[in-house]
Design a protein around this ligand. Structure first.
Ligand code: PFF
Length: 455
């Protein structure tokens, strides 16, 4: 006889659907929306990239997020152990644990470079607060940035500080406190972004910024940029690596998985689009290059802060809130590894955090150096940071996503997914099923093949 699955995770349960939405949005909204989305959009020619990104969020992101929450709620454990339970329940191969493994490793790999950029954010709080950007032109902001990233010692220091604070939060188990703070800080960040969009309207280049983002020019779209747009959809929604599975494992039964997923995706995409609308008018107004890469927001936003009234306070506050957003995401990146070490080896939370943190920090040094002394050290034309980002966002997360889709769509019993998802409307269920069974795996596959030039 099948052993009934636990109704609740051993690590607890969300008090309501609302706390779950907030926590998952906290994990989803981060550097990916405000730092990465604008620079990828700039590098990939703008509007057509944005369109593919939005289509991927709607057609792949939402159904996959539903599947991931579903697997987590059914398995009620860390991604690796949840997949172990679920493969036993569905009588499929234990190999399905690979979903959990690849996600846990991807989380650590992503955090190793995420922490370096988190360190930049930390440094920019101080730079803004000290008035470094008062009256700054685009050129000054750009040279301040290149001097900053050109110094390995400086980046090493900020990366270390970011990592120590992140792992202390994880080790101390004070995520709860942080999540409560996020209830107020996230809406404030959203409001500040709106103010920035308001500032951009005064630059005289708002129309040009909007056209760059929203008037599709398909001539700019290549297989590689489609892959990047898809990878960014996964990255931004934190999909394909088990984070959402862990969060889903704390979701009470009866919560509507569909409407929750839509709410998270809307909030996440909204923040990314606002960031784009704030940044590109400043880029054009100052004659900057939209495709200037990972430094884009650190070169553009300071110009705005330096030239607006109250810009010193406003700029520091903006980077503080971005830092908090980065922390909530960082915690969710390393949580699968930490909880797995605790569950499997019986380690204490402190030891597990120390081991995971140390390994991640060490790996992060590769990214630190890829902005200066290892800048020219490349493999397939990509430096260490670019390679790590490509491997995780564009390969590991989409492949993890396909496996999750196949597992939820093909291997779990229809009655089971129906009752777990709790979708009353049969057409809505059929849409979800078609998307995860056919559309998602085929689409991801086509984009992967296209990007390597096979299609
Ligand atoms: N979604 C986060 C961001 O946009 O910054 C990054 C991230 C967090 C990716 C957690 C993956 C993840 F599991």
């Amino acid at each position: 006889m099948a052993v009934p699955l636990p109704e609740q995770s051993m690590h607890g349960q969300w008090s309501s659907r609302w706390t779950f939405i907030l926590a998952a949005t906290g994990a989803a909204v981060g550097l990916g929306n405000i730092w990465k989305f604008p620079y990828l959009t700039g590098e990939n020619g703008g509007s057509a990239f944005v369109l593919v990104y939005i289509v991927c969020v709607a057609a792949l992101g939402i159904p996959l997020m539903m599947s991931e929450i579903l697997l987590g709620r059914r398995g009620r454990s860390t991604p690796i152990n949840s997949m172990c339970v679920l493969s036993a329940e569905t009588k499929t191969s234990q190999w399905w644990q690979i979903i959990g493994w690849s996600g846990t490793v991807a989380g650590m790999l992503i955090l190793s470079y995420y922490s370096v950029i988190g360190g930049w954010t930390l440094a920019y709080i101080f730079k803004s607060g000290m008035g470094t950007f008062s009256g700054a032109s685009g050129e000054i902001a750009a040279s301040t940035f290149s001097e900053f990233v050109g110094s390995p010692g400086t980046l090493f220091l900020w990366h270390t500080i970011f990592m120590v604070i992140t792992m202390s939060i994880v080790a101390g188990g004070v995520q709860g406190g942080l999540e409560k703070a996020v209830q107020y800080l996230m809406p404030t960040l959203f409001f500040l972004l709106l103010v920035m969009v308001g500032y951009s309207m005064t630059t005289g280049f708002f129309g040009k910024g909007l056209a760059f983002l929203f008037t599709p020019d398909f001539s700019k779209l290549s297989g590689a940029s489609m892959l990047t747009a898809m990878g960014q959809a996964f990255f931004s929604l934190s999909l394909g690596m088990g984070t959402i599975m862990i969060y889903g494992s704390y979701v009470p039964k009866g919560t509507s998985i569909a409407s929750t997923s839509v709410a998270i995706a809307l909030a996440d995409t909204g923040v990314a689009l606002l960031a784009g609308m704030a940044i590109f008018p400043i880029v054009f107004a100052n004659g900057m290059e939209p495709g200037s890469g990972p430094g884009l927001i650190f070169q553009t936003l300071p110009v705005a802060f330096g030239n607006m009234t109250g810009g010193i306070a406003f700029g520091s506050l903006f980077f503080i809130l971005l830092l908090v957003a980065a922390w909530t995401s960082s915690i969710s990146l390393i949580e699968p590894l930490v909880t797995w070490l605790i569950e499997t080896y019986g380690m204490s939370r402190i030891t597990a955090s120390l081991c995971s943190g140390l390994a991640t920090w060490l790996l992060g040094l590769g990214t630190v150096f890829s902005f200066n002394i290892w800048k020219e050290v490349t493999l397939f034309d990509l430096n260490f940071f670019e390679l790590l980002d490509f491997l995780t966002s564009n390969i590991m997360l989409p492949l993890g996503g396909i496996l999750i889709a196949v597992f939820a769509g093909w291997l779990m019993k229809v009655e089971l997914t129906k009752s777990e998802l709790n979708i009353q409307n049969p057409t809505a269920y059929l849409i979800w099923q078609t998307l995860v069974r056919y559309i998602a795996p085929v689409a991801v596959f086509i984009v992967l093949l296209k990007s390597v030039g096979i299609l």
